[in-house]
Design a protein around this ligand. Structure first.
Ligand code: ADP
Length: 395
């Protein structure tokens, strides 16, 4: 069985083709600059890269080019698209009603559309990806997997904002959380590693640290709290996002800097976080290099990240009445041993003790010192595999 996984953004579209017998990726790639000049598809298969510099004015063009790359003489891995059994789509915002992965029907499509106000950048792109695949492969089963889905089990005390309650009942304004497939995958892998797969008492804090970062408190396999909110802006400072701030700051800065709300939100999403504080970069590799050369603002940005991250881990331990394991994943969590060490150094009071030598290794590893009271795990995430598995299960 072959399953194509699509992650459509507003101007990009990533894909992976899975052979589900072996759960391996046969080919993958990314279309960039869709709808702009210089659009390009980079396709990877059989250990080689193939670049298609062809115009893609929309997602239909992008999907058509993906199909061309998948079936090409060079770098092609299938003869025609009928070899694909189904398509799984990452959909950003499921809102309150869509959480389990599901086959796309006209009703599901309408519901994803109804959630556009909650995910104004992503949901239209996700829908464009779904519609483009439907046009190119009529009748082929398509599955939607929601980035918010895993967090659906949070109790109201975790998801209700302390605002007039009508904002929730009238406008569905609440915490939703994101990176759900990642938190779901690594928490399940951690439970397996710990030999406690069906233990309702197992308490894990998952730390998805990438360009965007989010934390989740997972008890007995179910999410009970998470750090991102109604949008991915909430939580700890990220590459370019501010994370949580005092909302009254907006009026103050908007007045002084003469910004409207859209410009202000652009600053909070694209010019803040690690980049904003350091003035150097949003990339952690650049930040450590700058810190090593004595850049104090890079050092401050990194310290804020570790300090705020540790405060979230500790608060989730409070939320769950303790913590058995913390899991690091995503670009920073999997690769940045100094960020992991920085977060853990603030948590020694909880008996969290990192093994410095193990912390220098890569891949799935137990990083905890023998006398650590809490397991510290690094587990590479695999959101696409979760989408492919859900798709297979549904067809
Ligand atoms: P996204 O949220 O876009 O999926 P990723 O999870 O791929 O992001 O994380 C990307 C980030 O991971 C980069 O911006 C960089 O800061 C960080 N990163 C990647 N590799 C390393 C590394 N070897 N050391 C430190 N940080 C790294």
């Amino acid at each position: 069985m072959k399953i194509l996984v699509i992650n459509a953004g507003s101007s990009s579209l990533k894909y992976q083709l899975f052979d589900m017998e072996t759960e391996t990726v046969i080919a993958k790639g990314v279309c960039e600059r869709i709808g702009a000049d210089g659009s390009v598809l980079t396709h990877k298969a059989c250990g080689e890269s193939f670049v298609y510099e062809e115009p893609m004015k929309n997602h239909v063009d992008a999907i058509a080019l993906v199909f061309k790359a998948l079936t090409a003489d060079k770098g092609g891995v299938i003869k025609d698209m009928n070899e694909i059994d189904a398509v799984g789509h990452r959909v950003l915002h499921g809102g309150e009603k869509l959480f389990d992965s599901m086959l796309v029907t006209p009703e599901v499509e309408a519901a994803i559309e109804a959630n556009i106000p909650l995910g104004p950048l992503h949901n239209p792109a996700n829908l464009a990806g779904i519609r483009a695949c439907r046009d190119m492969m009529p009748g082929k089963p398509q599955v939607a997997v929601f980035d918010t889905g895993f967090h659906h089990t949070m109790p109201p005390k975790a998801y209700i904002y302390a605002l007039p309650y009508e904002y929730y009942t009238k406008h569905a304004a609440r915490r939703y959380g994101f990176h759900g497939t990642s938190h779901r995958y690594v928490s399940a892998e951690a439970a397996k590693l710990l030999g406690r797969e069906n233990d309702p008492e197992l308490r894990i804090v998952t730390c998805h640290l990438g360009n965007g970062s989010s934390f989740a408190a997972v008890k007995g396999g179910k999410c009970v709290d998470t750090s991102m909110g109604i949008t991915p802006l909430e939580g700890i400072p990220m590459g370019t996002r501010s994370g949580s701030i005092d909302p009254a700051l907006l009026e103050y800065i908007m007045g002084l800097e003469n910004l409207d709300i859209h410009q202000m939100l652009n600053v909070l999403n694209k010019k803040s976080g690690m980049l904003g504080v350091s003035g150097v970069s949003s990339d952690f590799r650049d930040l450590w290099a700058a810190k090593d050369q004595g850049n104090e603002r890079a050092a401050l940005a990194l310290d804020i990240f570790c300090y705020d991250g540790a405060k979230l881990v500790a608060s989730y331990a409070a939320a769950m009445g303790g913590c058995d394991a913390i899991v690091f994943t995503a670009g920073v969590g999997e690769n940045d041993n100094r960020a992991r060490a920085g977060i853990c150094s603030y948590l020694e009071f909880m008996g969290i003790k990192l093994d410095a030598e193990k912390n220098n290794t890569r891949g799935t590893v137990d990083l905890s010192a023998p006398d650590s009271k809490v397991k510290i795990l690094c587990i590479p995430t695999n959101e696409e595999l979760v989408i492919a598995r859900d798709t297979k299960a549904l067809i």
